[in-house]
Ligand binder design. Structure first.
Ligand code: CTP
Length: 219
């Protein structure tokens, strides 16, 4: 029996962000958006009103989900904040931490004899931390942590530092899990002491298991 989410408003971010360098180049990452889209899909199936803010991905919009497409971290921030208030925010997007200080208006050309290029990067806003500290803070704020090592320590650190209710951590850089995979293995840590392994399983199944934890805490 899956816990219902009828009448709840859930906001999900998914996918990477692309930070433009010039009109033809950008800094991106390997997020496919599959995990966030699976969460949006599963939440809509449970009767939630679902708003999905998606970075550049090649995925179809799940049935019954309201989708806004964005490109950069700054655009994602604006779309997420505009969607508040919601009952829960699930930040599954792999938001770029850095963007070029300026976007060159024209394609950057090579110069004969110049072999290096220094790009100055500046921090992007931390959307998850901002939502968690917002005056219209959702009852539940859920983050993701993609780590290549020390998964539990880093995930618990982010849970505390960003004032989250739950964080779903996964190991990236291993086969059968992470960004491009259809399957994943999540460890969920909660502000309430929860430490629960989910999977390994297809992302759609993990999304359902994660929604059980969310629905329990919303009810
Ligand atoms: N996140 C965000 N805004 C950012 C960066 C990350 O909302 N500018 C959110 C992601 O959606 C995810 C979580 O924060 O839910 C990831 O935490 P973060 O500390 O940003 O992870 P990393 O970027 O991997 O941090 P680090 O490089 O320190 O490991």
């Amino acid at each position: 029996m899956t816990a219902a989410l009828a009448g709840r408003r859930l906001l999900v971010s998914a996918g990477p962000t692309f930070e433009d360098i010039d009109p033809v180049r950008f800094i991106g990452n390997r997020s496919s958006g599959k995990m966030g889209f699976a969460v949006a899909d599963a939440a809509a199936r449970r009767g939630a009103e679902v708003l999905l803010v998606a970075g550049p991905v090649h995925l179809a919009t799940p049935a019954g989900v309201q989708r806004v497409d964005v490109r950069s971290a700054e655009q994602m921030r604006a779309a997420v904040l505009a969607a508040l208030p919601v009952d829960a925010y699930i930040g599954a997007a792999a938001v770029a931490d850095w963007r070029p200080r300026a976007i060159a208006p024209n394609k950057m050309k090579k110069t004969a004899g110049v072999d290096t290029l220094a790009l100055e990067l500046v921090r992007t806003p931390d959307i998850l931390a901002e939502v968690a500290a917002h005056a219209a803070r959702p009852a539940l704020v859920v983050g993701f942590a993609a780590e290549t090592e020390d998964v539990e320590r880093y995930a618990r650190g982010k849970l505390a530092a960003k004032q989250l209710d739950l964080i779903a951590a996964n190991r990236v850089g291993v086969a059968g899990a992470g960004f491009e995979s259809d399957d994943n293995l999540l460890t969920v840590f909660g502000r309430d002491g929860l430490a629960r392994e989910l999977g390994p399983a297809p992302k759609i199944q993990l999304a359902d298991a994660l929604l059980d934890l969310i629905a329990e805490r919303l009810s």
